[in-house]
Design a protein around this ligand. Sequence first.
Ligand code: ATP
Ligand code: MG
Length: 421
Amino acid sequence: MSQEPIVYRQPGISTDDIDPDALKVVERLYEGGAPALFVGGCVRDLLLGRKPKDFDVVTPFSLRRVRRIFRANSRVIGRRHRLVHVFFEGGKVVEVSTYPRPEEEEGSTPGDWEVLDAFRRDFTANALYYDPIRDTLIDYVRGHEDVRSRILRSISSPRESFESDPVRIVRGIRYACLLDFTIEEATGQAMKELAWMVARANKRRMQEELWKFLLAPRTDRAFRTFADLGIFAILFPEVTVFLDPEGPSRIWDYLAAKDEVPREELTHALAMAIFFLPLLDEVDGLGEGDPELELERLLLRCRETVEPIGRVYSLARKVRYGVLALLDAQLRMLRGPDGRRSRLVESLHFEQALRLFKVFCRARGTGADVLAAWEAEAGSRKRKVEPRRAYDEVEEVYETARGLGPDGEPRPRRRRRSRSR
Ligand code: ATP
Ligand code: MG
């Protein structure tokens, strides 16, 4: 790796893919007297012709100077990391990392901050800079070649890189699966050998990564790689039974069917509920036996799986409730919209429950008639849900799963009638 960058003029990035607010941030910094560059995943995506989800900017300005430019629309995020978030309408955030200006550091030359910044990143494809004002790509790590050939390569020695930050192992799997990159040999070898270190990774950062996996398409591909490397068993020991080829679990079919859910409809709870659909496969004679017993079995298994995974990855209560409520709804949906069950249509989470049921039926290749009946029921009824009631409803499912009544006291048996009223 050289300290001299390869500079590509007009690298073929479409201005249509650049977010106008992110561009505004770069322009304002330029006007303020400092260069500013896009860096990281956004540059990689721009080169691949994909619209980036978010834009990161680097500048050699100090935190104070950046704050002075964006004032009330910005906030410093941790001094150690020298980050400023610049806020725009609609909750959009552009992240600006700052570096000491060369004259602030003894013996440093212009460009040193770029080198430093590039080499602390994970993969070559993620360490490119793009100057949108001059339409120039700046490459210290031969990342442009790798993006063109779709190769995922660790910037530094892969062993050292993964040992110092095992989260990079799962990040690498995400890029390979989502962007169709081939993992370069030494990088792949180190991933295999050090996969066990994922157990030591920072839980909060792992949680962020896991959401990216669950909310993005191709989760089945990524989780299969996890399973092959033994990472699935480390991250989700409670549900390794899902992987048993002799068992009833259809996890791969469910995860594949998830890709049919439009991204804007895929809530956190729904994505997580899809991951836990195999809990329904464990119920013998699903949809045909005693509904109370089925529910009890499901809630028990939720307590053994959703709860501990939720605790380790600090899932919001709302998401945990949501998963339980959505799975519980499936038991009723399976039986069709008859009698009291049809009132499920009025509940706050009905649309998500219906989405989940579509995934469930699609993956199993059954239930098209029941699904159509629910859709017809939904079309014929007006939803008149009160948010408070819906919340109580979810809370009740959750407390039942924990074997507690609303007063927090153990509850011997749950009465279904009270909820569907
Ligand atoms: P995504 O499209 O999922 O957002 P991304 O590449 O933008 O992918 P981010 O997590 O947003 O990923 O991080 C932005 C950039 O920060 C990365 O492209 C990479 O250069 C750097 N980065 C993030 N996490 C790490 C890490 N664990 N180690 C080294 N560099 C990292
Ligand atoms: Mg990003």
